[in-house]
Ligand binder design. Structure first.
Ligand code: NAD
Length: 492
């Protein structure tokens, strides 16, 4: 068993202490309590982990898909059994509420369930007689050693956008979790030990930038999946590609919602409030800008101010809390700076989350829901990703103007519309340049059997995480063209 206070890697079927000397403190964002230390890793750690994954690959690849998925059925059961425990760890290191942690674990499990369909999903196709007596077959084969580098905001779910598909397809896999929240992954790998997978099929490598660079440059790594901020996504995309890897990078976001006057405003306000302030605004699908159209302006502004102002902020482990802290001090300071900038750029502060009024532990990184009205479109508050509990309100006179405003964003992760008009919804779906579209939905998070889309600066690559895209990403296509003239065969 690893020492929970000083995390260690898991590769080749064993727990292995880091060969590097740099460590980072893991801190509970609600209490500032130190939870442990995570190694930042070294090139030796990278080499040893990739070697273990590469050695496991030939045998794992030859293991029948039907046998591979038996481990996943067992993994689903184990995750169900440990759901409550993992949710508490997730909340403790990330700050989100227990309900939100349980929700992300359900999404993780859903991906395991989908990957259990690999014997069907991984099938190729064929056609007889492409020319007389010649048949053509497309076969999918795994790639080899695959890697996922994941962010802090969904410590339990995001690794599972990749892990189950990678190994179900016959690859071996290395998870490099966020160094800000490594405890959920650590406990998950302790649980994974119970699967008794062949050593090296699943590996956990902690670390930061040096470890990521080591993985990107390693000749035995075939594919890299990344989820995180856009600047790092762009760096990883270019760097991994320059080393010849297959790569998919999900980046940051600035999600807009359009509220039409014909929407059910009571429902819309509740949903938008949850989207903007749930997980303290640290969802990549959080609404950050609400654009009201025409008459929706006054009612929506009044309603959302009331709702946001009544949210209970505190330690996510407390059952009555609706919103936890942001991840760390730097993040809190950065968000406070952006709020100040929005106000100095001319935005009217309707609710100021910087002046915390709620009770609780003040050592934590708490901000309360913040609302700014009429923020100029060119203000940094409207153009940059905030990743905190801040909602900007902008007003438009028509649907076209609203669509125009949100189309200006360089990001394209999610956009939603609230309306009772099918024609408006269709126009929105048709025209808006974002990968995940919500119609009367606040967090348009695709189920595991659909790709987690994302466009523009929110995604670099072709194939997304989850669903059929994941099967495409984790396999190479091989085409076989065969001729077997009967005169070459013995007569039977
Ligand atoms: P981040 O970019 O700081 O870190 C993500 C990962 O990259 C971590 O594992 C980290 O160790 C590594 N990393 C960080 N800096 C690096 C560097 N200089 N070189 C190499 N590797 C580096 O992101 P974060 O703060 O952990 O997560 C929040 C971000 O993730 C937000 O921008 C959010 O929108 C985004 N996100 C996007 C999606 C999506 O589906 N598009 C989902 C979740 C989160």
């Amino acid at each position: 068993m690893p020492n929970v206070h000083e995390l260690i890697h898991h590769y080749g079927g064993n727990w292995n202490r880091s060969r590097g000397s740099d460590y980072l403190d893991i801190v509970n964002p609600a209490t500032a309590e130190k939870l442990g230390r995570v190694p930042l890793g070294s090139r030796e750690d990278v080499d040893a982990t990739v070697r273990a994954a590469a050695e496991a690959y030939p045998t794992w690849r030859r293991t029948p898909p039907e046998d591979r998925i038996q481990y996943l059925f067992k993994l689903k059961r184990l995750l169900e059994d440990h759901l409550e425990e993992l949710a508490r760890i997730c909340t403790t290191e990330n700050g989100k509420t227990l309900g939100e942690s349980r929700g992300e674990l359900r999404r993780a499990i859903e991906n395991v369930e989908v990957a259990c369909g690999i014997p069907t999903l991984m099938q190729g196709y064929n056609l007889e007689d492409v020319a007389s007596g010649i048949d053509e077959i497309m076969i999918r084969q795994p790639l080899g050693v695959t890697v996922a580098i994941t962010p802090f905001n969904f410590p339990a779910m995001i690794p599972f956008w990749f892990l189950p598909y990678a190994i179900a397809c016959g690859n071996t896999f290395i998870l490099k979790p966020s160094e800000k929240v490594p405890l959920t992954a650590q406990r998950t790998f302790e649980i994974i030990e119970e699967l008794k997978l062949p050593p090296g099929v699943l590996n956990l490598l902690h670390g930061g930038k040096a470890v990521v660079n080591g993985l990107l440059e390693h000749p035995d790594v075939r594919a890299v999946s990344f989820v995180g901020s856009t600047p790092i996504a762009k760096y990883i995309y270019a760097q991994a590609a320059s080393y010849g890897k297959r790569v998919q990078c999900q980046g940051g976001a600035k999600n807009h919602v359009l509220i039409l006057p014909d929407a059910d405003l009571e429902t819309a306000t509740k949903i938008v409030s949850d989207s903007a302030f749930g997980c303290a605004g640290q969802r990549c699908l959080a609404v950050s800008v609400a654009v009201t159209v025409g008459d929706a302006q006054k009612r929506f502004t009044d309603e959302i101010s009331k709702l946001a102002g009544s949210m209970r902020v505190g330690n996510g482990l407390d059952s009555d809390v609706q919103m936890g802290p942001v991840i760390n001090r730097e993040s809190k300071t950065r968000i406070e700076g952006l709020i100040a900038k929005g106000a100095s750029d001319g935005g009217k502060v309707l609710l100021d989350g910087r002046s915390r009024k709620g009770s609780g532990n003040h050592a934590g990184n708490f901000l309360e829901p913040t609302l700014l009205d009429n923020v100029p479109p060119e203000s940094a508050l409207t153009t940059t990703e905030i990743f905190g509990p801040v909602l900007s309100l902008i007003h438009a006179t028509t649907l076209d103007e609203g669509i125009e405003i949100l189309s200006r964003s360089p990001f394209g992760n999610m956009a939603s519309i609230f309306t009772s008009s099918g024609a408006a919804a269709r126009k929105f779906r048709y025209e808006v340049p974002a990968g995940n579209i919500g119609v009367n939905i606040g967090v348009a998070a695709p189920m595991a059997y659909f790709p987690f889309s994302g466009w523009r600066d929110s995604f670099l690559g072709v194939l997304h995480g989850q669903g059929r895209d994941a099967i495409e990403f984790y396999t190479d296509k091989k085409v076989v063209i065969e001729r077997w003239p009967k005169e070459w065969s013995r007569k039977f």
